[in-house]
Design a binder for this molecule. Structure first.
Ligand code: GCW
Length: 674
């Protein structure tokens, strides 16, 4: 009897746990934009049964089909000059492509169209051949600038290298999410790379990860430490012209390709922020990149060589990448791509585009975007980044005449190049919902969609993402007006809101030291980093504020092509959003709206706070349309964002008021702790 009782008690417990697991699963955000749907029966033809990739495409169609019941979906591999590798054509229920990966991407697109209510035919080709996520994951499992838990790839401890079923499942889910938005490459470790990444255990893990990612069309890449021949190979130096070093890299690359024949290549951060590089041996970026490129070339591997270089001695950090790289244009091997951050400084909420875009004419460039929100509120703040990236893609460099947009000078439209690529620094971690904030998922999604189509506008992306992530099965006008529209509006405004409360009018790099969350215009690191010591970036003094990059200042404006060089040099023709990035202006400078600069700054800080408060109102109103868990999590995050936006405003007003000595305008909320 006792046994029966215990057994049934256990049963009840197990039953309760299973129920809990299922109900939690529905709302825990783990399914991202791929939430389960009530699929209708469907038949798929044209599937090559031997191809794992086709198998995945078929399964996706079967599990997510929302079209006509018992329809037939046809997969067709065709010869068609209008369809590039990875591209596809959707005609009714037929998906044709020139490659299996095209079928896979076509399948995801067809399903997305069904779910978002767009049933038109389409031919779609990717803007960039390589659409890559950079994981800044350390081998001990921590993630540099990661705000969603530890690494999904690496961990420390006794079982660091055991590949568990749980690992594989997670990698598979990650691969699937990426494939569904067109991402086809993952750099598995931090650009601040440990030499140990090329060690035997780590390479074994690479093999296991690559095996899971491969059927989803995702190539694996590694960040390497330029001094690996010393750290790992025990050579006395890592001089790229040293025959022993060259030999070491050749052998290492051969070893990797033996294990992973479709390995993508190396990402390299050299001579930047203390990382080793060719300059340690009085060699150049070209010497370093080409040496690695030669080792990778026989296997079609590529080198992504970063242009994120600066040091304390340069008078204006914004100029350094251009100064270091322009002299080498045309000297890199054809399997080297220079990876350039969107702005000249460092992933700030707003910067003008990097002047290297379009200026390097004989060297391919890949833009580097930051999906993880280092300077944009970590995973605590709702900031939709697509609008920022759209601004970058659409910026005209004028390098080859009008309409030489950043998109077109990097995606091969203007400069023919063997490889085109784009990188996004990932915001993925072990958190159940992958990204820490429900709305941070939208940034992962948007990055993939824009890497696929650099002409896509943020509005379309927001619309898609909201529908996929939050729409109920029976979408009606109530949902559209009550949820879709207000949430979309909030997302589309959110980046400008963050700019308002954190760095209006181009007032950049005033973030808290080290962690970069919150304000720190006063922050001065110990030591000799004069480039980080106030007033370096903001240049605030009794006369005014802003960094003079005009001809009278550091002349960074001159790195831009006409007419931008002249436009940015002249305060009257500089877009106000970049005002203090290019100019040092008096506190009483008259803005276009008639306010003084000081008053206008205060207005921006203040309106940033008001906007976040408004987001709280918006979100509270949508409660009836969202499951309780996701509703509560976002609500909680918005509360924090409001408090932190207010802290930004108060801190900036009080700090800069010491210099401006001007009163706070009456329409601006007073600092709360003043
Ligand atoms: O933005 C800075 C970050 C560093 C990062 C570096 C880089 C990986 O603060 O954490 O290092 O950029 O991009 O190399």
């Amino acid at each position: 009897m006792k046994m029966i009782l215990t057994a049934s008690r256990n049963f009840i417990w197990i039953y309760a746990l299973v129920l809990l697991a299922f109900s939690a699963r529905a709302d825990d955000g783990h399914d991202l934009w791929l939430r389960p749907v009530n699929a209708k029966p469907v038949k798929v033809t044209g599937v090559n049964a031997k191809s794992p990739m086709m198998g995945i495409a078929k399964k996706e169609i079967e599990q997510r089909w929302l079209g006509a019941e018992n329809a037939t979906v046809e997969f067709r591999i065709v010869k068609d000059p209008t369809v590039k590798t990875d591209g596809f054509k959707i005609t009714g229920n037929a998906i044709s492509a020139t490659s299996e990966s095209g079928i896979l991407y076509g399948a995801y697109e067809l399903l997305r169209r069904q779910q978002t209510g767009d049933l038109s035919n389409v031919i779609s080709n990717p803007s960039y051949q390589r659409r890559i996520l950079n994981h800044w994951d350390n081998l001990n499992g921590s993630i540099e600038r990661g705000y969603a838990g530890n690494s999904i790839f690496w961990r420390s401890g006794d079982n660091a290298f055991t590949v568990t079923e749980k690992d594989k499942q997670l990698w598979q889910e990650y691969a699937r999410a990426n494939a569904s938005i067109g991402i086809n490459g993952s750099v598995l470790n931090n650009v601040n790379a440990s030499a140990q990444i090329l060690g035997a255990d780590q390479l074994k893990r690479l093999v296991a990860i690559a095996a899971v990612l491969r059927p989803y069309g995702i190539k694996t890449y590694l960040s390497i430490n330029f001094a690996s021949p010393i750290g790992l190979g025990k050579l006395p130096n890592a001089d790229p012209l040293n025959p022993e070093v060259i030999k070491w890299w050749k052998e290492k690359v051969a070893e990797i390709y033996k294990l992973v024949p479709d390995f993508g290549g190396f990402l390299v951060k050299a001579n930047s922020e203390g990382q080793p590089g060719p300059q340690d041996y009085k060699r150049t970026h070209v010497d370093g990149a080409n040496m690695l490129a030669d080792a990778l070339k026989p296997y079609n591997g590529i080198v992504m060589w970063r242009a994120f270089v600066y040091n304390a001695s340069e008078k204006d950090r914004a100029k350094q990448a251009y100064l270091e790289f322009m002299p080498f244009d045309g000297q890199f091997r054809d399997n080297v791509i220079i990876q350039v951050k969107n702005g000249p400084i460092d992933f700030q909420p707003r910067e003008p585009f990097s002047p290297l875009f379009g200026a390097l004419k004989k060297t391919p460039i890949m833009p580097e975007l930051q999906v993880t929100q280092e300077y944009l509120g970590h995973s605590e703040q709702l900031v939709f980044l697509a609008t920022m990236w759209e601004e970058m893609f659409k910026s005209d460099t004028y390098q080859e005449g009008k309409n030489s947009t950043v998109a077109r000078v990097t995606d091969g439209s203007i400069f023919p190049q063997k490889y085109t690529a784009i990188a996004g620094v990932s915001n993925v971690g072990l958190d159940t919902n992958w990204n820490g904030h429900e709305f941070a998922q939208a940034n992962w999604y948007a990055y993939g969609r824009m890497a696929w189509n650099d002409q896509l506008d943020s509005k379309t992306i927001a619309d898609e993402w909201i529908k996929l992530t939050f729409a109920p099965a029976d979408v009606n006008n109530n949902w559209k007006n009550g949820f879709l529209e207000p949430v979309k509006k909030m997302m589309l405004e959110s980046r400008e809101t963050a700019v308002d409360y954190s760095m209006p009018l181009g007032l950049h790099h005033i973030f808290a030291g080290s962690h970069h969350y919150g304000p720190g215009p006063w922050w001065a690191p110990a030591g000799t980093r004069k480039d980080w010591t106030p007033p370096y970036y903001h240049q605030a003094d009794a006369n005014g504020i802003g960094f003079d990059r005009t001809k009278n200042g550091t002349d960074a404006v001159d790195q831009y092509h006409a007419p931008l060089a002249a436009d940015f040099n002249n305060v009257a023709t500089t877009p106000e959003m970049y005002l203090l990035y290019f100019h040092h202006l008096s506190w009483d400078y008259k803005m276009k709206n008639g306010k003084t600069l000081w008053d206008d700054l205060c207005s921006h800080w203040d309106s940033g706070v008001k906007q976040v408060r408004q987001y709280q109102v918006v979100w509270d109103k949508v409660e009836p349309y969202v499951d309780a868990q996701r509703f509560a999590r976002v609500q909680e995050k918005l509360r924090r964002q409001t408090r932190d936006a207010q802290f930004w405003k108060d801190a900036c007003i009080l700090y800069f008021q010491q210099f401006s000595k001007r009163p706070i305008p009456d329409y601006v909320e007073r600092p709360v702790n003043n």
